[in-house]
Design a protein around this ligand. Sequence first.
Ligand SMILES: C[S@@+](CC[C@H](N)C(=O)[O-])C[C@H]1O[C@@H](n2cnc3c(N)ncnc32)[C@H](O)[C@@H]1O
Length: 230
Amino acid sequence: MSSSKENNKEHYQEFYETNDWGVSYSKIRFQVVSYVKLIELFSRKPLKRILDIGCGTGLYTKAFMDLGYRCTGIDFAESAIKKAKEQFDGAHFLQHDATKITLDDKFDLFFASGFSPFNSMDFENISRIINQWAEQIENEGMIFILGRSDLSGKKSSSGWYFHTAEQVENMYLNSDCEVMTFYIHPLLRYVLIIPIFRKSVLKLVSYFSKNIIAKMMRRPVRLVSILIKK
Ligand SMILES: C[S@@+](CC[C@H](N)C(=O)[O-])C[C@H]1O[C@@H](n2cnc3c(N)ncnc32)[C@H](O)[C@@H]1O
């Protein structure tokens, strides 16, 4: 695994003692509503139990919970879990290393937003983690992975790899799941919540975000990878 500070437990432990990502709950909730639309569009069965991986201080966990899902948030940084529990009394959080999951429960959906071990060029390790996650989800369950990239293949100023589209494909090459990746510029996320939203609209948004915004304009877009356990 990469030894960059973004993959380092002590780095996050220290970070959460005095910081957070500065994003409001209402913004995250709005995002989660749009992700739920995507999840519903591709899910082959009702997805009720969610594991929010690398949950930080718990905003996504809380948003899923408020939308009626049973959601557990896990993070390896104790300081993050402490803050999450203080902020969202009644939500379920555990300190746990998500690269070695040993939970008894099975889940329908693993949700991973900005999961730092994926900020790496070690695609074998990424596949290993994903295949291990797949063992913890029910058949036809889903792994929903959110990243960000301008597809340049360079490291961003914040220390995150902006993987190329080919590298994103490589991440999932050895996974035992059906994989779909979409590219969505943040402003275009709004179309996901309009009632006429269909797969064809998503394909159009994705094509535009990938080829015009990310590749031509070199602007980062959201990468949404949906993996369905076969
Ligand atoms: C960039 S933050 C993203 C936080 C949140 N998911 C979000 O999107 O705002 C990455 C999170 O992953 C957690 N993390 C990194 N490696 C982890 C691991 N092996 N097991 C559990 N959590 C991990 C970090 O502590 C941190 O909270």
